[in-house]
Design a binder for this molecule. Sequence first.
Ligand SMILES: [Fe+2]
Ligand SMILES: [Fe+2]
Length: 265
Amino acid sequence: MYIKVLFDKYTNDKRLHTGWGLSFLVNDKILFDTGENGNWLLHNIENLDIDLNKIKIVVVSHEHYDHTGGLWELLKKKKGIQVYGCPDFSNEFKNKVKNFKARIIETIEMTEISKNIFITGQIQDKYQPIPEQALVVKSNNSISIITGCAHPGIINMVRKIKEFFPKEIISMILGGFHLMGEDKRIIALIVEDFRKIGVKKVGPTHCTGPEAEQAFRREYKKDFIHVKVGEAIHLFNFIKKTEFKRKKEVKWKSKLRIPISAKKY
Ligand SMILES: [Fe+2]
Ligand SMILES: [Fe+2]
């Protein structure tokens, strides 16, 4: 299992576009969010040697432009894509997807969309009523969580996911944690909560904000993942609950093949 970073704010590869929003590709076939701009997304897809034909599913975390912006160019280029959205997304969004001859599937609850790949279905917080869903990748006794912006609250979302996977260890949480401009004490409490919940690795990016990213980096040290466009993050394999066997992150650059050994998950 691996996640390729197709769009986000940092990269080491100057040929690639970076910007606001994010787009992650899981196992070459499920796209999670589409970044802010369709031409930039397609440019990165092409330059990273991604096979568009393999992408069958797009999961849209929430309706903000920096997560949906790349969707329309993609739907123009690739027919027959299934788009997973939340029931409370606007009719405007849902109709637009249909107008591109794509199918919109509204997920209410935790759903396995491909073997060991789940989406949470709509999560909504009463104080922050932006409907949002996250992606969960399961492997053996562990799960990894990918979030868009985490508007309902990153800890709320993680707790909700844990209700469904009570025995699984959380090997990684990756994505936007929506902590930009947040009070330092709140950030410290959230980092502490991650430790209490037992999260092994973190890849905070996008709207997590520089202060929270630094706080996670300080706490997690070698287990902090600096998310960069053009790189792949390989998920971990838990043999037993207590035994944490971690694979080294294998960097993936354009035109280079993923090492075969990393494919066996
Ligand atoms: Fe965002
Ligand atoms: Fe957002």
